[in-house]
Structure formats: structure tokens, C-alpha cells
Design a protein. Structure first.
Length: 295
């Protein structure tokens, strides 16, 4: 049995969480076009007949402008240690930029096999340019593999799995087949709500919005879930609630669809919003809560 840990790293919005979900065949990590969407280290456990691969989704590495950004970068770098393979993902439809080079310079000298994943090839129309890009990028570091993929369309993911297996040790399974992830169901439910907030409010809502499951109870017919949304300003609270509560209702309706699909049972969802005016003073507390409580 081939088993091991594989860390997925790259800039924000290159498709790391989408890759994790596609490899697992289920929605585990939330996705959006907002930088800083992934704030937690999420492990997704892949099983087949001859392997168990623990994929580690990390926050996008970026130039930080606040304490949260520094913490997220630190978390991502930590997960390039003690793993068996690093998947360095680039959005090749946008080219290889300074941010990509910055990350590569941080990881290229580690004594760990590094795969360069050129994601979003479905958006690249000029295939000759893609080949030229591969030829140029191969000289930037000693890559174990360079694999063009589309995490959204699932192109070449079978090739990726096969190549990863070649770099893993023979050992007993690390987790049981019933285990899917290192985070709790409560955490995943809260993330579904946060995803819909980011999706429906676009750039109006800062990255600092946080969601927490206050109550989770299951009976024979429903799972009752109560989610608290924490914001730092009253005007943000008004935006999320919307006119006569319309946006908050839409957020809840869309999140409930994902919850029911994940849980396989009807969900009764309540959401409410709270303003924490001294967010900066309380930031460390909420970061600890958000990053650690539900692991």
C-alpha cells in the first residue's frame, strides 16, 4: 500500500481547493475568487485499492498586508515540511509571475519531490505557447514532474495520482477508510456559509468575515444547524443581512444545499450576524478559534 502526505501550495486563486475537491470527488474545501478564502489547513484523504494519499490544502501564499496574512503564509510554509511530495500549483492561463517565483524560491531547495502543476489548461487556447512555457519553466528548479492539469475539468488528474504514488513509501494506511478529513463536520458547515457570503457579496465584504457553528443537533428528520457570522463593522452587517433580510436568506438557502448534499439529510439552518467592533483587539482570539477550534 502506497501512503503519504502531499502538500498543495501556490498563490491565492490558482485552484488548490478545487483540485482537492476534484481529487476527492466531493466538496470539502470552499472556493471563491476572493483572496484569502482558504484560511485553514484542510487535509483530504484519498483512498483507492493500492494507496492512501493525504492531500493538504494550504492558504494561498501572498504579500501580506495584515496580521492575518502573515499567519496564513506561515501556516502554508509550515506544511511544506515533513510531507512526501509538494504540489506547486500555478495558474498557467495567467502566466508565471513574481508571486509564483517568490514561492518557488522558498521551496525549491527542500529535499522533497516537487511537482509543478500548470493548472487551468482548459483556459489556454494557444497550446504551442503552453509547450514553450513548460520548456522555460523546467529550468527554474529541479522538478520531479511537470504536469499540465485542469482541476475544474479534472484533466490529467489520473496522471497526477499515478505520479504521486511513484514517490510514496510502502506502508500501512494512516487513516481508516471511513475518515475523510482532519476537520470536523461543524467546521465544514460554517465554511459553506462563509463561501456563500463571499460568492454573493463579491468585493463588498472583507476577508475578515468569520463563521462559527453555535449549535448542531440531529433528530430523525432534520439536522438543526445554527451559524454565527462575525463581522467588524455595522455597515458590513447591513450588507450581509440585505434589504428585509433578503441576502442573509439567500446565503442560508445556498449554503443549505451544500450542507444537505454533504450530510445526506435535510438541514434546518439558522444564520445570524454579530458585529465585533474591536475586531483588531480581538483578532488573535478569533484567529485561534477559526484555525483551531474545529480541527
Amino acid at each position: 500500500m502506497k501512503c503519504g502526505f502531499v502538500s498543495i501550495v501556490g498563490r491565492p486563486n490558482v485552484g488548490k481547493s478545487t483540485l482537492l475537491n476534484s481529487l476527492l470527488g466531493m466538496k470539502l474545501a470552499i472556493t471563491s475568487n476572493v483572496s484569502g478564502t482558504t484560511r485553514n489547513i484542510i487535509e483530504g484523504i484519498y483512498n483507492d485499492n493500492n494507496s492512501q494519499i493525504i492531500f493538504v490544502d494550504t492558504p494561498g501564499i501572498h504579500k501580506p498586508s495584515h496580521k492575518l496574512g502573515n499567519l496564513l503564509n506561515k501556516k502554508a510554509y509550515e506544511k511544506t515540511e515533513g510531507v512526501d511530495v509538494i504540489l506547486f500549483m500555478v495558474d498557467i492561463s495567467k502566466g508565471f509571475g513574481k508571486g509564483d517565483k517568490f514561492i518557488l524560491d522558498k521551496i525549491k531547495d527542500k529535499n522533497i519531490p516537487i511537482f509543478l502543476l500548470l493548472n487551468k489548461i482548459d483556459l489556454v487556447k494557444d497550446k504551442e505557447k503552453l509547450l514553450n512555457d513548460i520548456n522555460t519553466l523546467k529550468d527554474l528548479a529541479t522538478f520531479q514532474e511537470i504536469i499540465p492539469i485542469s482541476s475544474l475539468k479534472k484533466d490529467n488528474l489520473d496522471v497526477l495520482i499515478s505520479c504521486i504514488k511513484e514517490n510514496l513509501e510502502e506502508m500501512d494506511k494512516i487513516y481508516s477508510e471511513e475518515e475523510l478529513t482532519n476537520v470536523s463536520t461543524r467546521f465544514i458547515m460554517a465554511e459553506f456559509v462563509r463561501e456563500k457570503i463571499l460568492e454573493l457579496t463579491k468585493e463588498e465584504i472583507p476577508h475578515t468575515v468569520s463563521c462559527y457553528v453555535e449549535n448542531y443537533e440531529e433528530d430523525k428528520d432534520y439536522i438543526h444547524i445554527q451559524v454565527l457570522i462575525v463581522v467588524e463593522r455595522d455597515n458590513i452587517k447591513k450588507i450581509i443581512i440585505g434589504k428585509n433580510g433578503s441576502l442573509l436568506k439567500e446565503i442560508g438557502s445556498k449554503a443549505r444545499v451544500d450542507m444537505e448534499k454533504f450530510l445526506g439529510k435535510k438541514v434546518f439552518l439558522e444564520t445570524y450576524v454579530k458585529t465585533l467592533k474591536n475586531w483588531r483587539d480581538e483578532e488573535k482570539y478569533f484567529l485561534e478559534l477559526g484555525l483551531k477550534e474545529n480541527e
